[in-house]
Design a protein around this ligand. Sequence first.
Ligand SMILES: [Zn+2]
Length: 141
Amino acid sequence: MIDKARSTAKANGVSWRPLPFLVGCDILAFDGKDILEFFGANLKPRENGEKACAELVALSKAFAQARPDILVMVIVGKPQLDESSGLLGRTLPPCGRCRGNMKYGYNLPPGTLIVLAPLEENGVREYLTLQDIWDKKGDKE
Ligand SMILES: [Zn+2]
């Protein structure tokens, strides 16, 4: 899944930055009958324009026709400063807007497994729950 998320980021990510900031997401979901897989890449063609995060692109595909159970979400990208919390981690977690959407929009269970991995081969991987990420970033209820 990590390799697929990387391929998605590199093939489909769009970044305004001279050194492109690419993010990929791979989701495994269960719809009651089958395991389904959904992909997303980030889209931010202009510095001050709207952005579409890889996580929300993949989630919107997953929830387009049904409300599946999200089994695992893999997110790959370079670590950057979290705008909401001001924290810089060793991996790239979902941004504040994504975290809010995951919790209040898509109502993902707090125990949902989130795997954070680097865009390139070498680097730290983290295996966290959505609750771990909320706790780390100090998101308020
Ligand atoms: Zn985001």
